[in-house]
Design a protein around this ligand. Structure first.
Ligand code: HEC
Length: 161
């Protein structure tokens, strides 16, 4: 009987703490969706560029149609409207999103950030025009894209936590 009581008590505790515990785990910060959305955009950049770099390095066979598609995807992603992706307070120091690497400097240097984004747009447009036109043409257009990624990361992305 004693044991039965103990088990019942544990079950009751389990029922009470279970939902509370999972709420705590699921509790996203106020900007979590926006942070995830912009990171998804960056993942799309990275997947597209990674596939194209693989072709340029000979790790993936060059395929003109796939190259053109990947470059078109990158170009489209580079031109997404981003107004809602960067709410105030969603920087790496103020949000509790563990993956967040957006430096607060972004919110203090808007003309510079926009210039970095424009550099990517220009490079991605050229890549979209050339990626399907042969391996040499792809290779020649990749460099400026990679540089534009790095140009923004150097100033506005934190090191991995
Ligand atoms: C205008 C600035 C800017 C440009 C241009 C830019 N990035 Fe980033 N990138 C960032 C910032 C800021 C973050 C951190 C975002 C965060 O953690 O919320 C980031 C994060 C990332 C991440 C991590 C995403 C994740 O899931 O956490 C990847 C991958 C990435 N960028 C790839 C790229 C590639 C590839 C390019 C070029 C094709 C590029 N970025 C161009 C600013 C930029």
């Amino acid at each position: 009987m004693k044991n039965f009581k103990l088990v019942t008590t544990l079950l009751v505790i389990g029922c009470l703490t279970g939902p509370l515990a999972s709420t705590a785990i699921a509790a996203d910060g106020p900007h979590d969706k926006a942070i995830k959305a912009r990171q998804a955009m960056f993942q799309l950049y990275s997947f597209s560029l990674g596939t194209l770099s693989g072709m340029a390095k000979g790790k993936i066979d060059y395929d003109a149609d796939l190259a053109a598609e990947m470059a078109a995807n990158l170009n489209a992603a580079a031109n997404l409207g981003q107004s809602a992706f960067w709410p105030a307070g969603s920087d790496s120091e103020n949000s509790d999103n563990a993956k967040n690497r957006a430096l607060p400097a972004i919110w203090e240097s808007f003309p510079e950030v926009a210039e970095k984004a424009d550099a990517l747009k220009t490079a991605a447009a050229a890549l979209a025009e050339n990626a399907g036109g042969g391996l040499d043409s792809l290779k020649a257009s990749l460099g400026p894209v990679g540089k534009s990624c790095k140009g923004c990361h150097d100033d506005f992305r934190a090191e991995r936590k």
